[in-house]
Design a protein around this ligand. Structure first.
Ligand code: HEM
Length: 207
């Protein structure tokens, strides 16, 4: 059996960013779908106010997180790779149901498996930019004539809602995937404490 040790995987800022982003996205989802008319919870006016404040907080958080990712070089963790993608895909569609061990060995320098790299990159380059751009256009609708913009708000609303549905799908799959670690709560604990038990390799660093 491979020797394992507890190693530092997630930095403090990374954990703060992850949980703050998760909380804001939940608040935005709950209030956004109320504004959309799906149900009534806070009342339209309150839901709209909460949505606007949480949205601005998320945009500010995203700016800080981009700065952190670029200054620490952690953005490289998301560079897509097809190496072993088929192996990881096979694990999630077959191996996992036969009790096989996870084919990807997580290390401090490579903590995302190829499938995670693609899905998180999709979140960062597609879902979030669509939601933030359409959301900001929605938020500053009154300023459109002043900045030379025109067109129907319905297109913006439609794209924003489509982005929101994609995010709900991402959220459900993401939460399920977090339970597929060494134990059902191992990945969750790592994102809380920063530490995870991983096989010993040369680039294993202690935090
Ligand atoms: C990223 C930054 C975001 C910004 C700037 C933003 C901004 C806005 C604004 C200004 C509105 C118009 C409603 C109002 O008056 O309050 C709105 C609606 C909405 N938002 Fe967001 N939002 C963001 C993120 C999100 C997220 C993450 C979700 C879902 C997970 C979401 C879901 C919705 C939905 C479903 C609506 C209703 C659309 C409609 O039916 O017209 N938004 N958003």
């Amino acid at each position: 059996m491979r020797k394992k040790q507890k190693v530092w995987i997630y930095a403090r800022f990374e954990r703060f960013w992850h949980w703050a982003q998760a909380a804001l996205i939940i608040v935005l989802g709950v209030t956004g779908f109320e504004v959309h008319g799906t149900y009534r919870l806070f009342g339209f006016a309150a839901a709209s106010d909460i949505h606007r404040v949480a949205a601005l907080m998320l945009v500010i958080l995203a700016i800080f997180s981009m700065f952190w990712h670029f200054t620490t070089g952690e953005w490289k963790q998301y560079l897509p790779t097809t190496e072993n993608l088929n192996v990881v895909f096979r694990f999630y569609t077959k191996g996992i149901f036969r009790g096989e061990p996870h084919p990807f060995e997580k290390t401090r320098l490579s903590k995302l498996n190829p499938l995670q790299r693609f899905t998180y990159l999709g979140f960062k380059l597609l879902i979030f930019p669509v939601l933030a751009t359409t959301g900001l256009l929605y938020l500053f609708y009154n300023m459109w004539p002043r900045i030379g913009l025109s067109g129907p708000l319905t297109v913006v609303a439609l794209l924003h809602t489509a982005g929101a549905f994609l995010l709900v799908v991402f959220f459900v799959v993401h939460v399920y995937m977090t339970t597929t670690g060494r134990t059902p709560t191992a990945n969750l604990k790592a994102m809380v404490t920063g530490y995870e038990e991983v096989p010993v390799t040369n680039d294993t660093r202690h935090g």
